[in-house]
Write a protein that binds this ligand. Structure first.
Ligand SMILES: [Mg+2]
Length: 471
């Protein structure tokens, strides 16, 4: 049992294993093929042939049919049942007088047969033809594998894309469900910058829910991709663009209550804007109801419930503010303190209910006279009222005080217990100052009180003015 390698040259065109029990046959074939630059291996029996084919598969096997130890068919079947050798083409060699079942040979996997004695051209033509088929098969196989790899890659890509699309559509659905279930307006906007300076000039609407769109009486689609300040918001009226720019450029969280006229109704909104990429996200909450209640409560806390003018607490607060304002601008600040003459006897005689009515009436007369928006009327306590007159010199305060005094007299509110008149009269003390560090708001009040005292001492129903500092 031997097999030989007859050639190891590099330029060989194919390797062929020849299996034949007759050394003479082996020799003839080997020398023929070697001459045609085939690499040739030889085996004299089936077992050796199978081992050789497994250890180093040739491109083709020439296989004798009649051999003493293992029949050619059996060798063929064994080679065809082994994955390592099943693809090697096998050409049977048979003698002319051999009993040879060609159909069976093809059935068990042979590709051709050659009959002895050999016709050289025929043998070479058949071998060459089989090797060409084999090469073609290999190329096809390679192409098929490449195609399969491409196909698999494509399928993976499609699968991955479908998964991504599913995730995207789920997250999109999730975002939309959040947007649409929110009771607040929600939007995301991106900065639109000047090409040359890079400064933010507007914001483009990227995402918005219907609640936000409702503020503009629009549909969501009508806002998407639009420049909100160019198309929808007149910043000259609202002045909010600069705050949004700060959100983006300085990463400041903006929380602000803003008042807007919406559907011809004044509404309050609380907005929260947070930087998001080169833009911001915003939530908008309608706080009109809460804000109105707040304003109402604030007003209730500042108003005297009986007379409906401001209360003492508001007076103290306002006086300090006006003091600082006039201090800054160096304008005169006047204060009138005013007392209803003989009010205690009035109360005692007419009763408290009538006393309250009288206070209300006097307050409403004063209220019609104190008209400038900066002027401020308050009930100072009991039957005393105070009027703050910013940017008003003493002469101006005198005019106001005298008008009040006159109008109350003209109202002719009967007062049988007054020692100076048949009707209600007032005593008024005025103090005026240009605020400075030498004085305090309390000095202004004390000085007005002194003037009021003088007015009372001098017979009531009169106005006395004191000036705290010369100007
Ligand atoms: Mg034989």
């Amino acid at each position: 049992m031997t097999f030989d390698e007859l050639s190891t040259e590099n330029d060989l065109i194919g390797s062929i294993l020849i299996v034949d029990d007759q050394p003479a046959n082996l020799r003839v074939l080997a020398s023929m093929l070697k001459g045609k630059k085939y690499k040739v291996k030889k085996a004299q029996d089936g077992e050796t042939a199978i081992m050789a084919a497994i250890s180093n598969p040739p491109d083709l096997i020439l296989l004798d049919i009649l051999m003493p130890t293992m029949h050619g068919y059996e060798v063929c079947q064994k080679l065809k049942s082994n994955p390592l050798t099943k693809n090697i083409p096998i050409i049977f060699i048979s003698a002319l007088n051999d009993v040879f079942d060609k159909i069976k040979a093809f059935e068990i996997g042979a590709v051709d047969y050659i009959t002895k004695p050999f016709q050289e051209e025929e043998v070479l033509a058949r071998i060459s033809s089989q090797l060409t088929i084999q090469t073609q098969k290999r190329l096809l196989e390679k192409d098929k594998r490449l195609l399969e790899i491409k196909q698999k890659k494509l399928e993976d890509e499609i699968k991955q894309r479908k998964e991504t699309e599913l995730i995207l559509s789920q997250s999109r659905a999730f975002i939309f469900s959040i947007l649409n279930s929110s009771l607040d307006g929600i939007a995301a906007l991106e900065a639109v910058r000047n090409d040359k300076t890079g400064e933010i000039k507007d914001f483009r609407c990227v995402l918005v829910n219907q609640i936000t769109a409702n503020l503009f009486n629009l549909k969501v689609d009508q806002l998407i991709d639009k420049l909100v300040f160019k198309d929808f918001i007149d910043d000259k009226k609202i002045g909010i663009l600069k705050y949004f720019i700060d959100v983006v450029e300085k990463n400041i969280i903006l929380k602000k209550d803003i008042r807007l006229v919406h559907n011809r109704k004044k509404s309050w909104f609380h907005i929260t804007a947070v930087k998001l990429g080169d833009g911001f996200s915003i939530t908008i909450r309608d706080i009109t109801e809460r804000k109105n209640l707040e304003l109402k409560l604030n007003r209730l806390a500042t108003i005297d419930s009986l007379t409906q003018v401001y209360n003492r607490q508001s007076f103290d607060f306002r006086l300090k503010n006006e003091w600082h304002r006039c201090d800054r601008t160096q304008k005169p600040l006047s204060l009138i303190l005013c007392d209803i003459d003989y009010f205690k006897p009035y109360n005692d005689y007419y009763g408290h209910q009538e006393g309250d009515k009288c206070l209300k009436k006097v307050a409403s007369i004063m209220d019609t006279i104190v008209k400038r928006s900066s002027d401020f009327l308050a009930r100072y306590g009991g039957e005393e009222f105070a009027i703050i007159l910013p940017n008003t010199p003493s002469q101006g305060a005198l005019v106001v005080a005298n008008t009040i005094k006159k109008e109350v007299e003209l109202a002719n509110l009967l007062h049988q217990k007054s020692e100076i008149s048949q009707s209600i009269t007032l005593s008024l003390g005025i103090s005026t100052v240009i605020p400075s560090s030498h004085y305090s708001p309390e000095d202004l009040v004390k000085n007005a009180d002194k003037a009021l005292y003088t007015a009372k001492q001098n017979g009531r129903n009169r106005v006395v003015a004191n000036i705290l500092n010369p100007f």
